[in-house]
Design a protein around this ligand. Structure first.
Ligand code: ZN
Length: 113
């Protein structure tokens, strides 16, 4: 698995934690429990991510409360971070705009799938 190269100390600590036996064991446990992506409902691929709902850096290694974690497919995970990311406090606005675009696409093309 490749890791993104980054230079912030916080990111480096997060990467280090994700390589720890504690995290790897927890991740495996959560994967066997959840089985499917919380967004798509599809089986979890090896590229799926165990997402921290609590994004506060000081709580990154707090894995005691399983309800604060959710498995997401790679794409769903990127989408979640894109919607709720640093420097973006308008996820509702982004969702509303996406919703409008998808409705327009559906009215032009019909339902996907
Ligand atoms: Zn995440």
């Amino acid at each position: 698995m490749k890791y993104k190269r980054n230079h912030s100390k916080g990111q480096a600590l997060k990467t280090k934690f994700r390589r720890s036996a504690k995290w790897i064991k927890f991740r495996k446990h959560m994967k066997s429990k959840q089985k499917v992506c919380a967004v798509t409902g599809k089986p979890l691929a090896p590229t799926a991510n165990l997402h921290h709902l609590d994004m506060r850096e000081e709580n990154y290694e707090h894995i005691e409360d399983e309800s604060r974690f959710v498995f997401l497919s790679k794409t769903a995970h990127e989408m979640v971070h894109w919607l709720y990311g640093s420097g973006n406090n308008d996820w509702r606005g982004r969702l509303k705009s996406l919703w409008k675009i998808l409705y327009r696409m559906e009215s032009i093309n019909g339902s996907a799938a």
